[in-house]
Design a protein around this ligand. Sequence first.
Ligand SMILES: Nc1nc2c(ncn2[C@@H]2O[C@H](COP(=O)(O)OP(=O)(O)OP(=O)(O)O)[C@@H](O)[C@H]2O)c(=O)[nH]1
Ligand SMILES: [Mg+2]
Length: 199
Amino acid sequence: MSNIYHQAKFLLSCPSLKGCPEDQGYEVVFAGRSNAGKSSAINTITLQKKLAKVSRTPGRTQHLVFFELDENHRLVDLPGYGYAKVPEHIKQQWQKDMGEYFAQRQCLVGAVLVMDARRPLTKFDQMMLDWCVGANLPTQIILTKSDKLKKGAAKNSLLKVKREVEQYPYVDVQLFSSLKKQGLEALGLRLDTFFGYVS
Ligand SMILES: Nc1nc2c(ncn2[C@@H]2O[C@H](COP(=O)(O)OP(=O)(O)OP(=O)(O)O)[C@@H](O)[C@H]2O)c(=O)[nH]1
Ligand SMILES: [Mg+2]
C-alpha cells in the first residue's frame, strides 16, 4: 500500500455540507454507525494514534472531519448515524446531510463503510450501503472489532455480509481490527485503488 496515508493532517471540520472544502480533488469517506470504529480505523490506516478523536461514548464525531493526505487527496470522518441520544430533529438533519453528501459530492471516489463485525448490516448500515450503491461508489465494507469475535464467528460474519453484497460489483468486504491492526494492508490497498495509486 502507498505510504501517503501516514502524512494525513487535520484539515477542517464542519457541522454541515456548507462548510466542506471545495469540491475538487479526491475524497474517500469513512461512514458507519456511531461507535462502530470509524475514527479508530482512520487512526489505524494513518498510523497516528490521535488524528481522529476516538471515544467510548457513541456520537463523539458530530462534524464532518476532513483530513488531507496532500492538497488533492482527503479522508473524511463522517458523524456516526443511528446515535440514540441526540434529539430526533438532529438525527434527521444528519441523515439528510449525509444523503446529500453521497449524492452530490463530485470528488468522492470511494467509501469505507464501517460495521461492527458482531452485528453487521443493521438497517442504518443498509441505508448507507444504498447511498453508496445509488451513487455507483466503489465501497469497502470493513467489519471492525473482529478481535472481539472468535475466528469461526468472524468468518461467519464475513461470509454473511459477502453473500448480501455479491450482487454489487463495486462493493467488497473484509474483516478489520484497529486494536490488532488486522486487515490494515487489505484496506490500504483498496484505498490505493480508490485514489488511483496503483503501482
Ligand atoms: N476491541 C476493539 N475496539 C475498538 C476497535 N475499533 C474501535 N474500538 C473502540 O470502539 C469505541 C468507538 O470507537 P470510535 O473509533 O470512536 O468509533 P466511531 O465510529 O468513530 O464513533 P462516533 O464518532 O461516535 O460515530 C472506542 O472505545 C474504541 O476504542 C477495534 O477494532 N477493536
Ligand atoms: Mg468518530
